[in-house]
Design a protein around this ligand. Structure first.
Ligand code: RTP
Ligand code: MG
Length: 148
């Protein structure tokens, strides 16, 4: 079953949006298989955003993601990688559609509340970077198997 890595960024935690954000993936029907509340050190932040290391905003990005605790999560479901990106919305909250997390709650590209893996291969890399195998719970909801 497909899995994706999602992280509620420091702004989402500080704005008390953890419950609201998690609720959207739960009610959509995806299955939570990993979750931890944690601080992010510089090394992990730089590895996570390695693909952006030549971009002008890289320094600010690393500074921001290490500025306060985050919620790291792994979610499972058919097509979850691209579907989660749709639930999250466009990178810039100012142009993200209403109804998406960023469209509903964000107003700044550097404070866009949540990260979501952008492809299946990226998700595999990010899950391995953020979680040990034993931190993931392999389970399936039995009463609602049709929801994945
Ligand atoms: P994320 O990786 O955080 O889920 O966001 P994303 O895929 O929608 O966007 P991405 O292109 O991967 O960029 C990573 C984060 O960098 C910040 N950013 N700032 N100032 C800028 O032009 C700019 N462009 C990107 C955003 O906070 C974005 O989430
Ligand atoms: Mg990205």
């Amino acid at each position: 079953m497909e899995r994706t890595f999602l992280a509620i960024k420091p702004d989402g935690v500080q704005r008390k949006l953890i419950g609201e954000i998690i609720k959207r993936f739960e009610t959509k029907g995806f299955t939570l298989v990993g979750l931890k509340f944690m601080s992010v050190n510089r090394e992990l932040a730089e590895q996570h955003y390695d693909v952006h290391k030549e971009r002008p905003f890289f320094g600010n990005l690393v500074e921001f993601i290490t500025s306060g605790p985050i919620i790291a999560m792994v979610w499972e479901g058919d097509g979850v990688v691209s579907a989660a990106r749709k639930v999250i919305g466009a990178t810039n909250p100012l142009t993200a559609e209403p109804g998406t997390i960023r469209g509903d709650y964000g107003a700044n590209i550097g404070r866009n509340l949540i990260h979501g893996s952008d492809a299946i291969e990226t998700a595999q890399r990010e899950i391995a970077l953020w979680f040990k195998d034993e931190e993931l719970v392999n389970w399936q909801p039995t009463l609602t198997a049709w929801i994945y």
